[in-house]
Structures are given as structure tokens and as C-alpha cells.
Ligand binder design. Structure first.
Ligand code: CTP
Ligand code: MG
Length: 227
């Protein structure tokens, strides 16, 4: 069981408001980007990383890869306007792997055991995603008013990685491009073609660093992991 992974890293981190790509912010003196890359660098099942980057970050990213001896990056591709476009650019360069994972570079706490579970499921079924059951009561709201309380037991918060047979993900991305469809995750492109997607239960601490308070949560998660 091996896989390749696409890491979209070409965002601007607007909601983080750090004035630069949030992936360059540090946790324990190491950039978030490197924390995420190291998980895959150190996983023997990973046989290649494709990194989508903003060309203005290229020099800095390349220097970091060298400094932290990240050797598995086989392609650096320019990102696109939206995350989906960045991933599509990366996907076009993938030739070999049976299973391809897509993982947000902004989720540094992904665990190897979950990566392996997803890879196995995707080999078996074609597509598998990770997430956690919703904890809060969920309501549908429109114009400041509650429309309905949504049945929580069937709702999950979806994370990355998402794992796919390569042929399936390529088909889904090509069709989305033709239809001008932009989804908020990779699985939604596959779902709309009618393919089944398996759900793997993950960890609540596989957070995406999105807004400034996530940095405090991230410090706490690192402390817990290192204790
Ligand atoms: N990403 C990307 N290309 C884009 C937009 C996002 O590769 N055009 C990447 C980000 O670098 C990040 C992941 O997709 O690793 C998830 O996106 P998000 O958390 O939204 O990050 P940003 O787009 O950087 O943040 P924001 O939306 O606040 O600007
Ligand atoms: Mg974004």
C-alpha cells in the first residue's frame, strides 16, 4: 500500500490576517508547512508529495524544504485562484500512484494511522474521507432567523486527507472543470458523479489553522502530543 499526496499550499491566509501565507507561521519554532510535510516525509507508505504553491512563496518554500531535509516533494506546481484550481494543477502532473490523497497543508496534526486507514479504504472502494461527528446542535439559519433544527446524529464535520483512486479523482476534476462547478472539498466533486464515498472517523484535533485563535488551539494540541 503506497500513495502520493497533493498538498495545496497556495492560499493567502486572509482569515489568519498574518500579512503572509499562514503556512509560514511557526509552531514550536517550525513552520506549519514543515510540520505537515514531515508527517508524509516520515511515512514509508508515501512515495511522493506534490505541492501547490503561490509563485511568490517559491524561494522561501524551497529554502525551507532544504533546511528541513524534506526530500519527497516530486513536483512544485503553481496554485490557482481557488483551492480546487490549485489541486487541479497538481493532479494534472500525477502519473503513477494508484491512490492519491489530497491534504490541506494547513492541517499539521494528521496522524499516520488515519492516513493508512484512508488509503486502504480508497484502494478497496475508490474514495474515502475523514471527519468527526458534529458535537454542537446544528440549525439552518436564513436572514438571522432559524429555519429548522437539523437532525445532528447524521451530521459530520469533514476534514482532510481525502483519498481516491487516481482515475476517479481525475474524472471528477475534469467533469467539474467542464461544468464550472466549484466545491468546498474534493469529495463533493466525486459525489456529484454518483460514486460512493466511505467515511473514516478521525480526531477532533486534526484542525485546520484558519483564524488567529486556531494558533492557541494548535499550541495546546502540540503540547498534548509532546507530553
Ligand atoms: N489553498 C491553495 N490554493 C488556493 C487557496 C487555498 O492551495 N487558491 C490551500 C491553502 O494554502 C490551505 C488549503 O488550501 O493549505 C486550505 O485553504 P484555506 O484554509 O482556506 O487557506 P487560505 O486560502 O490560505 O486561507 P483564507 O481562505 O483565509 O485566505
Ligand atoms: Mg481559502
Amino acid at each position: 500500500m503506497t500513495y502520493q499526496v497533493i498538498l495545496p499550499a497556495a492560499g493567502q491566509g486572509k482569515r489568519m490576517g498574518a500579512g503572509k501565507n499562514k503556512l509560514l507561521l511557526t509552531l514550536n519554532e517550525i513552520p506549519v508547512l514543515i510540520h505537515t510535510l514531515k508527517v508524509f516525509e516520515e511515512d514509508e507508505a508515501c512515495d511522493g508529495i506534490i505541492l501547490a504553491i503561490n509563485p511568490q512563496d517559491e524561494m522561501e518554500f524551497k529554502a525551507l524544504l532544504k533546511e528541513h531535509t524534506i526530500n519527497k516533494v516530486i513536483e512544485l506546481v503553481p496554485g490557482g485562484k481557488e483551492r480546487q484550481h490549485s489541486i487541479y494543477h497538481a493532479l494534472k502532473t500525477v502519473k503513477t500512484a494508484d491512490v492519491i490523497l489530497v491534504h490541506d497543508a494547513a492541517r499539521p496534526f494528521i496522524r499516520k494511522e488515519h492516513i493508512h486507514r484512508l488509503t486502504e479504504k480508497a484502494e478497496e472502494t475508490g474514495a474515502a474521507i475523514i471527519g468527526v461527528p458534529a458535537k454542537d446542535t446544528m440549525k439552518k439559519v436564513q436572514d438571522g432567523k432559524v429555519v429548522e433544527t437539523v437532525e445532528r446524529s447524521s451530521l459530520w464535520a469533514i476534514q482532510t486527507p481525502q483519498a481516491f483512486r487516481i482515475s476517479l479523482l481525475k474524472e471528477a476534476y475534469e467533469q467539474a472543470e467542464k461544468d464550472d462547478f466549484v466545491g468546498t472539498d474534493d469529495s463533493s466533486l466525486v459525489e456529484r458523479l454518483g460514486y460512493p464515498v466511505a467515511m473514516v472517523e478521525g480526531d477532533y484535533d486534526n484542525i485546520k489553522l484558519t483564524t488567529p485563535e486556531d494558533l492557541f488551539f494548535a499550541e495546546a494540541i502540540s503540547k498534548k502530543r509532546n507530553s
